[in-house]
Design a protein around this ligand. Structure first.
Ligand SMILES: NC(=O)c1ccc[n+]([C@@H]2O[C@H](COP(=O)([O-])OP(=O)(O)OC[C@H]3O[C@@H](n4cnc5c(N)ncnc54)[C@H](O)[C@@H]3O)[C@@H](O)[C@H]2O)c1
Length: 436
């Protein structure tokens, strides 16, 4: 039996070269040598295995949005990038992008970063300190962002010349930000959302990428993945997924902008699937945190992750029939679920919540433990719960429903295992059984 190993070098990203492919017989001594070669590689080394891009499905999805700039222009000329948001992940995104704009001729070197202005305990403005030290001392201390990152407290000014906008703020601020940006953008702007979360309105759930597309009339992709910001900040190897709707060329431009040897990005034609994975895993992470706080062990946590993944898939497919099963096997799916349930901030604060027997609120713990960073899981659990009760789906999603009931104090943390083991009542929604 033969295996083919594509190898990438950083230059492959910068010049869109084809990978070098090595073909070996797995029973040959060469396979042994190659396995030593791979185990020898560190994540920051120049060569590494290629992402499984071939796993992507290419079936078309339905375009729900009409009359928007489809981004055809942005795919072809020199682009200016602005990052809207400057928290922990926002700062890391700016660093990744800034390292690439310096090297890629199709982008202007400078990367603007809109900063929600804050006064630091020293009395200085956060933007001034970022521009003087090249470091976001509040949200990403100790990491240089790149000298071509310019912090700007003025939103209008930050986006004025941009034709590629990267949105990366906590989701609760996005509606206000979009309102402020209406009519302020260039005609050829395309956007990408790195935001995990959704909005629930009278007419139903609204993904953040849809909010951006509809309010700003722009093509909006999403980027999600197993990406704990602090690990990427120190250039540890990880993967991410870009979800796009129709325009593959624009998706590839985003892939080019974000990809580095330690950050491997794969495009998938499934915006809703990618975005819902990133959003819903934060609810499962709270459940994992409860289990950790109650010291229930790894088997229980694995069970919670499995049930959580099943509910993530069923919820996504019930909301959007275009969502693909294969998306759940990308970095945005199972990989992000695992990393968030092992190491993320939602898990950590939920663990503290359970350790305190649910007697200290999430708001209190967030303020004490996160120093200005925001929890997304609690608000997402509430939003998911609203959708479930509005649509009569509560009995279909015992884990999601229980996480919300625990986080608002209606059930004790120990309820996470009592309720999660209930079988979903699929007879409630016609055709839903196929998704579980
Ligand atoms: N941190 C991670 O590891 C990570 C990884 C992947 C995705 N994300 C997602 O990225 C998004 C942004 O998270 P983050 O980690 O960059 O932020 P964060 O939680 O570290 O920081 C909060 C940010 O919100 C800003 N802010 C506070 N009040 C505001 C207001 N009224 N209006 C606008 N902004 C305000 C703060 O200045 C700060 O920049 C979230 O959706 C998150 O789920 C985070």
């Amino acid at each position: 039996m033969c295996l083919r190993f594509p190898l990438y070098h950083p230059l492959h990203y910068y010049f869109s070269l084809r990978p070098i492919t090595i073909t070996i017989n797995i029973s040959s001594p060469a396979s042994l040598l190659l396995s030593h070669f791979y185990s020898f590689l560190s994540p920051s080394s120049s060569f590494f295995m290629a992402p499984p891009a071939a796993m992507e499905e290419t079936a078309p999805t339905i375009n729900l949005l009409s009359n928007i700039n489809d981004g055809n222009n942005a795919a072809s000329h020199i682009s200016r990038v602005t990052v809207v948001g400057s928290g922990n992940w926002g700062s890391v995104a700016a660093k990744l992008i800034a390292s690439n704009t310096l090297m890629l001729a199709s982008f202007h070197d400078e990367v603007r970063m809109w900063v929600f202005e804050e006064i630091l305990p020293t009395g200085q403005k956060l933007t001034e300190v970022i521009n003087q030290t090249n470091e976001n001392v509040k949200y990403l201390p100790g990491i240089k962002l790149g000298k071509n990152v310019v912090a700007d407290p003025d939103l209008d000014n930050a986006v004025r010349d941009a034709n590629m906008l990267v949105f990366v703020t906590p989701h609760q601020f996005m509606e206000g930000i979009c309102k402020r940006l209406v009519g302020k953008l260039k005609d050829d702007v395309v956007a990408i959302s790195l935001i995990k979360g959704m909005e629930v309105k009278m007419e139903g759930p609204h993904m953040i990428s849809t909010l951006i597309s509809e309010q700003l009339r722009v093509n909006c992709c999403v980027l999600m993945g197993a990406n704990i910001a602090n690990e990427i900040a120190v250039e540890k190897f990880s993967e991410a997924t870009v979800g796009y709707r129709e325009n593959r060329e624009v998706a590839e431009k985003w892939v080019q902008l974000f990809s580095t040897p330690y950050f491997v990005v794969t495009p998938v034609q499934d915006v809703e699937g990618v975005e819902l994975c990133g959003t819903l895993k934060n609810v499962v992470a709270l459940a994992a945190g409860f289990v950790d706080g109650l010291e229930m062990g790894n088997n229980t946590k694995a069970a919670i992750m499995r049930i959580g993944l099943r509910e993530m898939r069923a919820f996504s497919k019930l909301l959007f029939s275009s969502v693909k099963d294969s998306t759940f096997f990308e970095s945005c799916g199972v990989a992000d679920l695992i990393t968030t349930c092992l190491g993320g901030r939602n898990r950590r604060v939920a663990e503290a919540f359970a350790k305190n027997g649910g007697k200290r609120s999430f708001d209190e713990l967030e303020a004490e433990m996160l120093q200005g960073q925001k929890l997304q899981g609690v608000s997402t659990a509430r939003e998911v719960y609203e959708v479930l009760s509005h649509r009569g789906w509560l009995e279909l999603f015992p884990l999601f429903a229980t996480v919300h009931e625990i986080s608002v104090g209606r059930l004790p943390p120990s309820a996470i295992v009592e309720y999660s083991e209930h079988k979903p009542n699929c007879s409630l929604v016609e055709g839903s059984a196929q998704y579980f």
